[in-house]
Design a binder for this molecule. Structure first.
Ligand SMILES: [Fe+2]
Length: 411
């Protein structure tokens, strides 16, 4: 009870804190093979030597080569560091810093998914403290005086929003836990959205990433943080784009226009995380995902509808406004009807994604641990409500009893 009252009292604090963190406002370049323009972008910015950071898969697919050629054509030195794997450690970050120092990099180009982007954020920040071990920089907040080295994000997935978010998740050792750091002074100068990178993503990855992006926009729209209209519009546009274009890319994977729209949605979702934080959909997904090794997007798909429906009354007018924005209700519609239309559209979208049915996967004995983790995690967010332990338990029941396609067992 004491913890519930405390959480209710401090629930607006994360929103106040995140407002004080300066956010990157990168220029955007987009299109099929848009990364061909990297050299031109870097020449105009006056860079002379760039380190491309990528992972082994993208490296073996030679996706970095267009960037190398483009840099060299513009008279810029290029080096490649391709040792990032799915859960980057501080050791990898230090190796990346060494590669950047060895080539005298004045810019890092991050080509990849969330892991590459997050590792690159720590590399460009760590270079300002290269006499220190990367591990010693893994605090809740990392203040980088005079900004980090410039970074250009070239995301290879449309989901995490890591191409623009100020947070980085890195493991403190091979066996150690992941740590999340908010970087104050992160200097992301440009984002290149290249549909060639996402066009061949498997349907499962496309769906999971798309639902993740949608959840960032959605949790932003209902967040308790007050933001300027432009940020709220981006969060709403994120949801609208995913509702419209995710079904298209699942049916027609090579539709370049819709692939780009999904990349834009992910970027707007990243802005939502930066400005409005996330909420209980993420708190549930993190706890369930970590405990049962469920990928983030699939875990989001499990928690999204139960959580949003449960907190619907607390954010009815925002949901109604979003429904109208997405063309799911008339402006004159009753808020309850508009919000229900939105919930139905989300339900139908998740069904389209065809995530596997997990059945009842949460043993009763795990509930206390999950409730604690969800409660602890939720303190970092800006949800419109504060759930009691009993409410979290009831929602776990619903998630546990429901199929990922939106049906409830016993209904
Ligand atoms: Fe997410």
């Amino acid at each position: 009870m004491a913890s519930y009252v405390l959480r209710k009292t401090i629930r607006r604090l994360p929103g106040v804190v995140i407002k004080a963190v300066p956010k990157p406002h990168p220029e955007i370049t987009e299109g099929f093979q848009a990364r061909q323009k990297t050299g031109e972008i870097c020449r105009e910015r006056g860079y002379q030597s760039c380190l491309i950071v990528t992972d082994q898969t993208l490296f073996s697919l030679k996706f970095h080569e267009i960037i190398v050629e483009s840099l060299e054509e513009n008279g810029i030195k290029a080096a490649v560091f391709h040792d990032i794997h799915s859960e980057p450690t501080v050791g990898i970050v230090e190796a990346g810093e060494a590669a950047a120092l060895a080539c005298g990099a004045d810019c890092v180009i991050a080509l990849g998914g969330g892991s590459v982007l997050d590792a690159s954020k720590m590399i460009v920040s760590g270079l300002r403290f290269h006499h220190l071990k990367a591990k010693s920089l893994m605090h809740k907040f990392l203040y980088v005086p005079h900004k980090s080295l410039p970074m250009i994000s070239v995301p290879s997935t449309a989901g995490t929003g890591a191409e623009i978010t100020v947070g980085a998740v890195i493991k403190k050792s091979d066996e150690g836990a992941k740590g999340s750091t908010v970087i104050v002074g992160l200097n992301i100068v440009h984002v290149i959205l290249d549909s060639e990178l996402t066009v061949n993503a498997p349907a499962g990855v496309t769906a999971a990433c798309g639902i993740d992006a949608l959840s960032h926009g959605l949790e932003g729209v209902v967040a308790s943080v007050h933001v300027p209209d432009a940020d709220m519009k981006e969060s709403m546009e994120c949801v609208r784009l995913v509702l419209e274009h995710l079904p298209i890319v699942l049916k027609t994977p090579d539709c370049e226009a819709s692939r780009l729209a999904m990349s834009r949605a992910a970027l707007y979702g990243g802005n939502a995380i930066n400005e409005q934080l996330a909420g209980y959909v993420h708190a549930f997904a993190h706890a369930i995902g970590a405990q049962y090794h469920i990928p983030h997007g699939a875990a989001i798909a499990l928690s999204l509808l139960p959580v949003m429906r449960y907190q619907k009354e607390a954010c009815l007018s925002r949901l109604a406004e979003l429904a109208v924005y997405c063309g799911l209700a008339e402006e004159q519609a009753a808020p309850e009807t508009a919000a229900d239309n939105l919930m139905d559209a989300l339900d139908s979208l998740i069904q389209t994604c065809d995530f596997p049915d997990r059945g009842a996967f949460i043993p009763q004995e795990d509930y206390p641990l999950l409730i604690k983790r969800i409660t602890d995690d939720s303190i970092n967010y800006s949800a419109p409500v504060v759930f009691s332990r009993a409410e979290i338990s009831a929602l776990l029941d619903e998630i546990n009893g429901r199929k990922e396609n939106g049906d409830v067992h016993g209904d």
